[in-house]
Write a protein that binds this ligand. Structure first.
Ligand SMILES: [Zn+2]
Length: 386
């Protein structure tokens, strides 16, 4: 994977864009080995290990990357991609019957009874043919799904050897979500003595401050320029790279600056931008934006995930005989699940002559991890009933 974050001495995640290239004092969030910042021109800036890359960082980039954020090929294999490209560029639909399985094309029947194919919303993304509004509608649920999947995986990994990796995966993903939620997308007109250009960009600061920097950036190329903001869209950092992809034909690089465009029909571009619905933030997104950690990172169980009071009592005052006497409570401990995974807290020991129940390693770790929460929960209940 391309690591977008390293950790500093305080354990905070530091984004690649906020450090210079080369050696850093940052460390890998997974294995805590030193990192160097890679900032070439071919692939997106990322951290690499100064020494050997750890096992966790050798996993697929998809593990913690925002879905369809900086790569729009949908991770299609070469063969699928080629077939899709032939359909899009050359109207060759001979492979469409199996492309349909990838959700990139959909068949329909013409009034003459012939079967034809259209690109789906998903299928339009690699070509930038999907509008910004529909792109948001397609991407946002995927980001949320990926977040919830990582959170559930982290919950299931608590108290196991996978805990630290799973929590780091979740933290990296939330950090990236925070970054796109805290940024405002802006679109401005740049009037130069040589005509008009447009610029797309994102900022976390007031636009005024950004405008001053843009004027300074452009000074060596055009002298003084006039800037006219045409719109800002809060929490829409997710759109910037797709916008560049969608309008790549109109990109007009100025030295190393890549955010400038010379549009033939800027009104159509503005319509595309303005059709985006204002981004509403749900509870999870608000918490992420505020920099709060997930309840799983704080080792908090939901009431529905907690043991009954009897089961907890048995676990902390465990004896095999008591467990055997109380079938229901024993079953609760034996068939305990967390994050949809079976995580037995007690099990039958495989010893003769007597069948004994004992607490699993997981059960011991579980008890230690959650004792505070259980004490708060059940002590409070007891006080109420008095
Ligand atoms: Zn590492």
């Amino acid at each position: 994977m391309y690591l977008p974050y390293g950790i500093n001495e305080q354990g905070q995640l530091i984004y690649i864009e906020s450090v210079g290239r080369g050696k850093t004092t940052l460390r890998c969030p997974y294995c805590v080995m030193p990192l160097i910042a890679r900032k070439g021109t071919k692939i997106a800036p990322h951290f690499a290990h100064a020494g050997k890359t750890c096992r966790e960082a050798r996993r697929s980039t998809e593990t913690v990357a925002l879905p369809i954020y900086d790569s729009f090929r949908l991770h299609l294999s070469g063969k699928v991609w080629e077939a899709l490209r032939r359909f899009h560029d050359d109207d060759d639909d001979s492979d469409c019957y199996w492309l349909e399985d990838y959700g990139v094309v959909k068949s329909f029947i013409t009034p003459y009874g012939n079967e034809r194919y259209n690109l789906t919303h998903k299928g339009k993304i690699p070509f930038g043919d999907l509008s910004l509004n529909l792109f948001n509608q397609f991407q946002e649920p995927l980001i949320r799904e990926q977040h919830d999947k990582l959170e559930l995986a982290a919950l299931a990994a608590l108290c196991t050897v996978e805990e630290s990796t799973a929590l780091t995966d979740l933290a990296l993903f939330r950090a990236q979500m925070r970054r796109i939620l805290e940024t405002t997308l802006y679109f401005i007109e740049v009037r130069t003595s040589a005509g008009s250009l447009h610029k797309i960009g994102v900022t976390t600061r007031p636009l005024e401050k950004r405008l001053a920097e843009i004027r300074a950036d452009l000074m060596p190329h055009f002298g003084s320029v006039e800037l006219a903001p045409l719109g800002t869209w809060a929490h829409r950092g997710n759109v910037e790279l797709y916008f560049k992809h969608r309008y790549r034909r109109f990109q007009k690089p100025i030295a190393t600056l890549t955010e400038y465009f010379a549009f033939e029909d800027v009104k159509a571009v503005l319509r595309d931008l303005r059709r985006m619905k204002p981004k509403g933030l749900d509870e999870t997104e608000q918490a992420i934006l505020a920099g709060e950690s997930s309840r799983v990172e704080r080792y908090e169980l939901n009431p529905a995930e907690m043991l009954s009071e009897q089961a907890w009592q048995l676990l902390v005052n465990f004896s095999s005989d008591k467990a055997k006497q109380n079938f229901e409570v024993r079953l609760e401990l034996q068939s305990h699940r967390l994050g949809k995974r079976a995580r037995p807290l007690v099990e039958f020991a495989s010893g003769f002559p007597e069948l004994r129940l004992e607490i699993t390693d997981y059960g011991h770790a579980y008890q230690e991890r959650f004792i505070d929460q259980y004490q708060r929960m059940y002590a409070a209940d007891i006080t109420e009933s008095v």
